[in-house]
Design a protein around this ligand. Structure first.
Ligand SMILES: [Zn+2]
Length: 400
């Protein structure tokens, strides 16, 4: 059996004040003058109180889990006039005290209302802040982030939940808010679309209800096509009767290789969480599944963003897009991503990982310009003219 000693560190404040003496004489049993050696099965607690306590106090408890409880225990120990040692015992090994503690903990978890735990530490025992000599930029940043209360707007909370539950059937996991925000910055999504998703989640676009309370501008709240419908991003991207919206989602569905599984129906949650989408590994090839997930992220993000851009051109500039123009814009957007990927693979041709990623993303939806199957080195050799399979509207017209 191993014994651990409590290191009685030099107090930052005088321990022998009248108040302290009075406290140590309290007949509550906690401040007994008898040496004590409580058995504990947690090395984390023992090390925290013996080895790490000074350092944790020096860094102002920044980023330390259970800081409140450690501070309260340290206060109780320092009040004791007698020494305290800790005795480590193996948990769940029949030790009477340990078994009783486990039983009490279990009983506590079953209570409808949790017990109030006294974690009071008087001001003269409570070491505030971090030592200037121990603080680092990283620690200071952590402290600032912890103190920054994130009060999301109600609409943001709603969109986060919608996103979480929309992605679950595809990715088979219920994502956290942090994961959704991180997904906005997925590298498979271009910077301007990352910003579009971030601003949509924050309800930062001047659409719909933004205009409702502004006299003489109330009419802007409603969709110009659906008339009675109040515009919001969900309406624009997945519900509106705008033909451009339907054409674009049909193109995306049409190009999606069926061997990757069913195409998910457009949904605001899937669009906002597209950076997080990862398909479950149905095929044995992990790289293929990653490629399919990447293609899905690209198709959803590019399609949704194009719908938004075309809507803005229609509403703000009054542009009327023909079906051919819409198809051409969509093909150009996806083809641009393909060619960017190929340029990257060509630049990093010595890194097989990049080439594999590009090949697995696009191999199901490309063809050679001569309508032949693409050559093996299409990803890295820019002289091979490959494009996405869909015929460009202009070419279709030319062949007719
Ligand atoms: Zn509409």
């Amino acid at each position: 059996m191993r014994k651990w000693s409590m290191v009685r560190r030099k107090q930052p404040i005088k321990q022998s004040t009248k108040t302290t003496r009075r406290e140590t004489n309290e007949p509550d049993g906690r401040t007994s003058r008898c040496p004590s050696s409580p058995p504990i099965d947690s090395k984390y607690v023992i090390n925290g109180l013996t080895t790490h306590l000074k350092h944790w106090e020096d860094i102002g408890w920044i980023g330390i889990d259970n800081a409140t409880f450690f501070q309260a225990i340290a206060y109780q120990l320092r009040r004791r006039p007698a020494p305290t040692t800790f005795q480590w015992v193996k948990g769940h090994a029949g030790h009477l005290g340990n078994e009783r503690a486990d039983h009490l903990a279990l009983t506590g978890t079953l209570r409808p209302v949790p017990d109030t735990i006294d974690t009071y530490v008087p001001r003269n025992f409570d070491v505030q802040g971090a030592k200037l000599s121990d603080i680092t930029q990283q620690l200071a940043y952590k402290a600032i982030m912890k103190k920054t209360q994130l009060n999301y707007h109600r609409s943001t909370l709603c969109l986060l939940d919608v996103t979480r539950f929309a992605i679950e059937p595809i990715s088979k996991t219920l994502e956290t808010d942090e994961a959704i925000w991180r997904g906005c910055r997925n590298k498979d999504i271009t910077k301007n679309i990352q910003m579009f998703i971030y601003k949509t989640l924050n309800n930062a676009y001047r659409i719909g209800d933004f205009w409702s309370p502004i006299p003489a501008y109330e009419h802007r709240a409603k969709c110009m096509i659906c008339r009675d419908e109040i515009e919001n991003m969900e309406h624009i991207l997945v519900l509106c009767n705008d033909p451009a919206r339907k054409i674009i989602w049909d193109l995306a569905k049409g190009i999606w290789p069926t061997e990757h599984g069913p195409w998910p129906d457009p949904h605001i949650g899937i669009i906002l969480g597209c950076g997080l989408i990862s398909l479950p590994q149905a095929q044995n090839n992990e790289n293929l599944t990653m490629g399919a997930s990447r293609l899905l992220r690209i198709l959803i993000s590019e399609s949704a963003y194009l719908i938004w851009v075309l809507r803005c051109e229609r509403v703000i500039r009054g542009t009327d897009h023909s079906e051919n123009t819409i198809k051409k814009r969509w093909v150009n957007a996806i083809d641009k991503r393909l060619q960017l990927d190929r340029a990257l693979a060509s630049k990093n041709r010595r890194k097989p990982k990049t080439t594999t990623k590009v090949e697995n993303t696009w191999s199901g939806i490309i063809h050679d310009s001569s309508l032949q199957p693409p050559q093996n080195n299409w990803a890295t050799n820019l002289e091979v003219l490959v494009g996405i399979k869909l015929p460009r509207p202009s070419q279709t017209e030319a062949t007719r």
